[in-house]
Design a protein around this ligand. Structure first.
Ligand SMILES: Cc1cc2nc3c(=O)[nH]c(=O)nc-3n(C[C@H](O)[C@H](O)[C@H](O)COP(=O)(O)O)c2cc1C
Length: 198
């Protein structure tokens, strides 16, 4: 597909927090990643050590899934999904995996891959995209703070710095006030995970 209007697929100016799916061998993988858009340039920065990084290094492809389910963000931050939660498609002879629950998704080829000691930065060239559902969502502070808490949770696990835990606990009050059932469930999953209950 040549001319893909990326804004239609949730990829707007700035950093778009999406769930990136990659595929290697027979295993699909999903993880939250920031898709960075500056005018017409789209980039991703993948820190070394993740499965997404390894899959992109070997396949030079990724899919950006637009997801509104906060529980999916939490589950993919801490682990992987069941294979049954992915669909696998083929485009021009190459396999790629997408999330069944994505509102829409866009497949990208990763080009101009540059590595630093810590990360890989790749430009993203859109190949193909699909709209599954058109849903208009209002801004929900609870949802936004679940995403923020996921980011802090990854930092907390890396550094053990208690400031991240304090922030997450503070956010959980707003999530419980402003969020819906799934935001509250997502926040509980984060706290249970960090407190070692799961
Ligand atoms: C909202 C959000 C955005 C993230 N963005 C990135 C990113 O842009 N690059 C990155 O390397 N990790 C990012 N992470 C961290 C990864 O999602 C996390 O390390 C994950 O466990 C990697 O999973 P994987 O090993 O299955 O690839 C982000 C996490 C969250 C919650």
């Amino acid at each position: 597909m040549a001319n893909i209007d990326l804004g239609t697929f949730g990829i707007n100016e700035g950093i778009c927090e999406m769930i990136v799916t990659t595929y290697h061998g027979w295993s699909p993988n999903a993880a939250p990643m920031g898709i960075i858009r500056k005018n017409d340039e789209v980039l991703v920065r993948l820190f070394k050590g993740s499965t997404t990084y390894k899959n992109v290094m070997s396949e030079q492809m990724l899919v950006a899934n637009l997801v509104y389910d906060p529980v999916l963000f939490v589950r993919t931050t801490f682990g992987n999904l069941d294979d049954s939660e992915f669909d696998v498609f083929t485009h021009e002879g190459r396999n790629f995996s997408v999330l069944k629950d994505a509102m829409c998704w866009a497949v990208f080829e990763c080009t101009d891959m540059k590595e630093t000691s810590e990360a890989l930065v790749a430009k993203l060239r859109p190949l193909h995209a699909r709209m599954n559902k058109t849903v208009f969502r209002s801004v929900n502070r609870g949802f936004n703070l679940v995403i923020e808490s996921c980011v802090h949770a990854t930092r907390y696990k890396l550094t053990n710095d208690e400031k991240y835990m304090r922030l997450i606990k503070a956010y959980s009050c707003t999530v419980n006030k402003c969020g819906g059932k799934s935001e509250k469930q997502a926040m509980k999953l984060i706290l249970d995970h960090l407190e070692g209950k799961k």
